[in-house]
Design a binder for this molecule. Structure first.
Ligand code: SF4
Length: 195
């Protein structure tokens, strides 16, 4: 039987499927309602988000919210505007060679499509190569970023990950911050009723 939104959300927020895999208590992070207008999907929460329970409460969020979207924190954290979820809803721990571990596949398999079924969003924003590969396997990431896409028949924009670790991509694709982000920002503004 299909779950209702609140049941699914509560089950996701109390999920501990990966406790053994992580070796610590998972902290699922998700924001939004069944009526959020923009459905945003990224890779996985950072350590800072794990500790504070607030999505994008880190350097990636600073770039995403204030430099790329150019909206206020109040707008970004308004659940009527943004549904904020990830390929994995918990920080997966640090990888031995540095950086964060890859999101456990079980998370998207268990939770993502169910959230997409139950949220009545207008557009999708997919952040980072890992999430883009889930929706558009075998497509070139750069091509996805620079052209409008569709997911489930709705307009979808693909963003590079705003992490400071992604500086090389930004330098190699200056046109993203010079022009492409303006199109995506305009779509966000239109949905938020900002001009
Ligand atoms: S990452 Fe996903 S599947 Fe794993 S514990 Fe967190 S919410 Fe559950």
């Amino acid at each position: 039987m299909k779950k209702d939104f609140e049941t699914l959300r509560n089950a996701l927020l109390s999920c501990q499927n990966c406790q053994k895999l992580f070796g610590f208590e998972p902290h699922p992070v998700v924001q939004g309602t069944s009526q959020s207008k923009i459905f945003q999907i990224s890779q996985a929460p950072s350590k800072t988000v794990h500790v504070t329970h607030k999505p994008f409460n880190d350097l990636s969020g600073k770039r995403l919210i204030h430099e790329w979207y150019q909206i206020s924190s109040a707008e970004f954290y308004n659940p009527d505007y943004f549904y904020i979820t990830s390929m994995a809803n918990c920080f997966p721990g640090k990888a031995p060679g540095g950086g964060d571990r890859k999101p456990p596949k079980i998370c998207a398999q268990t939770w993502l499509e169910g959230q997409m079924d139950l949220v009545n969003n207008q557009i999708y924003i997919v952040i980072g190569r890992y999430a883009a590969d889930y929706f558009f396997p075998k497509r070139r990431f750069d091509e996805l970023v620079f052209t409008d896409q569709k997911i489930r028949g709705k307009k979808a924009f693909i963003l590079p990950h705003p992490s400071p670790l992604n500086m090389k991509w930004f330098h190699d694709h200056l046109e993203f911050e010079q022009s492409r982000i303006k199109t995506i920002r305009a779509a966000v503004y239109q949905i938020l009723g900002k001009n």
